[in-house]
Design a protein around this ligand. Structure first.
Ligand code: ADP
Ligand code: SF4
Ligand code: MG
Length: 341
C-alpha cells in the first residue's frame, strides 16, 4: 500500500490550486443508457486547468476522453459532477447563462472537414460566432468591423483572407480546414479551448504545423488548453501536465516531464512502452505491454479497473478501488502498488 503526501505540498508542484484554475472539474460522471443498462463512460473524474496551462488527457480509444470534453461543454450535460468555469458551475446554470459563457469556452474537434458546414462560406463560418454573440469588447458590430476581424483571424492562422473568405470547406485540405476551425474557435477570444484529437485525422506531415499553430495561438492569446489525444507522444510535446485516463477514470496525473521520466501507474508504463520512438532522456521501462482489450464500460471490473490487464495485480486490487492520491508533490496515482515508489 502507498503513502500519500499532504495536499498542501501541491503549492510547489505545478498543479493549479482551485483558486488559480480556469476550469475545475469535480467528480464528473457521464453515463449513457444502453437498453436497460448503463454505459459508464466517465466515472468520477476530477482535475483542474490553470491559467495559461495546457493539460493533456491521454488514453486508449473508448476510455472516455471525448465524453469528458463534451460534458465540460455541456454537450450533452453530464450525469453528475461539477464543471466550474469563471466561478460558475456550468452543470447547474440554465441555457441562457450557458450561452453567455460559450464565447469564452470553445472546442475543436477531430474531423476538421465534417466540423464545418459545407454550405457556408469561410467568411460566414469564421464570422458566425460574432453574428451570434457580438464582439468580445461589447462594441456594436458593423459589417466592416466583422469582416476585418474575420480577415485578421484567418491571417493569424496562416490563411490568405482574400482568397479564402468566399470559398467553401470542400475547396480546402484537412489541414486548412483545421486552421479554419481554429480561427472560428479563437475569434471571440476564449479563455479555454478543448482540443479533442485535433491532429489525429491529419497527415503526419501536417500534424506538426497544426500543433505549432495551437502553441502560437496559446501564447499570443494567453489561452488555456485541454488537449485530448490517444497519442502520448503528441500529448507530451504540447502539455504542461498530463492526465492518463483508463476506462472512465483518471489513473495518473503529473507534469509532462515527470510522467514521461517517472511513470508510476502500470497502465502509463504500458502506454509509454508502446510509444515507437524511444527518447534518450527516458529511462528504460519494463515492457509490460497491454494484454487483452479494454473491458466493457457497461460492466467495468470491480476494484481497480485496470486489474484485468495489469501484470502486477494482487488480491487487494479486485477488492478495493485505488483512489487517485498524491504520491509525490504534483504527482497523483491511482494504484495500490505504484511503480518506482
Ligand atoms: N452517445 C453515446 N451513447 C452511448 N455510448 C457512448 C456515446 N458516446 C460515447 N459512448 C461510449 O462511451 C465510451 C467512451 O467514449 P468516448 O468518450 O468517445 O471515448 P474516447 O474519446 O476516449 O475514445 C465508449 O465506450 C463509447 O462507445
Ligand atoms: S491497483 Fe493493482 S491492478 Fe490496479 S494498476 Fe495497481 S497493481 Fe495493477
Ligand atoms: Mg474521442
Amino acid at each position: 500500500m502507498i503513502d500519500s503526501v499532504p495536499e498542501s505540498d501541491t503549492v510547489s508542484s505545478g498543479e493549479p490550486s482551485p483558486n488559480d484554475a480556469v476550469l475545475c472539474v469535480e467528480d464528473l460522471v457521464v453515463e449513457f443508457p444502453v437498453g436497460r443498462r448503463k454505459l459508464h463512460a466517465v466515472s468520477g473524474v476530477t482535475f483542474q486547468v490553470g491559467e495559461g496551462e495546457t493539460l493533456g488527457i491521454v488514453g486508449e480509444s473508448g476510455c472516455g476522453k471525448s465524453s469528458t470534453g463534451r460534458a465540460i461543454m455541456q454537450l450533452p450535460r453530464p450525469t453528475s459532477g461539477k464543471v466550474i468555469f469563471e466561478g460558475r458551475d456550468l452543470v447547474a446554470i440554465g441555457q441562457k447563462d450557458l450561452r453567455d459563457v460559450r464565447p469564452r469556452l470553445q472546442m475543436i474537434f477531430q474531423d476538421p472537414i465534417s466540423s464545418l458546414n459545407p454550405r457556408q462560406r469561410v467568411s460566414d463560418i469564421v464570422g458566425g460566432p460574432i453574428d451570434n454573440h457580438g464582439l468580445p469588447s461589447g462594441v456594436s458590430v458593423t459589417k466592416a468591423s466583422r469582416d476585418d476581424r474575420v480577415a485578421t483571424f484567418l491571417e493569424t492562422v496562416g490563411l490568405d483572407p482574400a482568397s479564402t473568405m468566399s470559398r467553401r470547406p470542400h475547396e480546402f485540405s484537412g489541414g486548412q480546414c483545421q486552421r479554419i476551425n481554429i480561427a472560428r474557435a479563437l475569434i471571440l477570444e476564449p479563455r479555454l479551448v478543448i482540443c479533442d484529437e485535433p491532429v489525429s485525422a491529419l497527415d503526419v506531415s501536417i500534424q506538426a504545423q497544426i500543433i505549432n499553430l495551437l502553441e502560437d495561438m496559446k501564447n499570443r492569446y494567453g489561452l488555456s488548453l485541454l488537449f485530448i489525444s490517444h497519442d502520448l507522444a503528441v500529448v507530451k510535446n504540447v502539455s504542461d501536465r498530463v492526465a492518463v485516463m483508463y476506462l472512465g477514470k483518471l489513473v495518473e496525473v503529473a507534469g509532462a516531464d515527470e510522467i514521461y521520466s517517472r511513470p508510476m501507474h502500470p497502465y502509463t508504463v504500458a502506454l509509454l512502452a508502446a510509444v515507437p520512438e524511444p527518447d534518450p532522456d527516458r529511462p528504460p521501462s519494463p515492457e509490460i505491454g497491454l494484454r487483452g482489450d479494454l473491458p466493457s464500460p457497461i460492466d467495468p471490473p470491480s476494484g481497480c479497473r485496470f486489474r484485468t490487464r495489469c501484470p502486477y495485480v494482487q488480491d487487494l486490487c479486485s477488492e478495493q478501488e485505488p483512489p487517485l492520491v498524491q504520491v509525490t508533490p504534483g504527482h497523483r496515482v491511482a494504484c495500490h502498488f505504484p511503480m518506482g515508489k
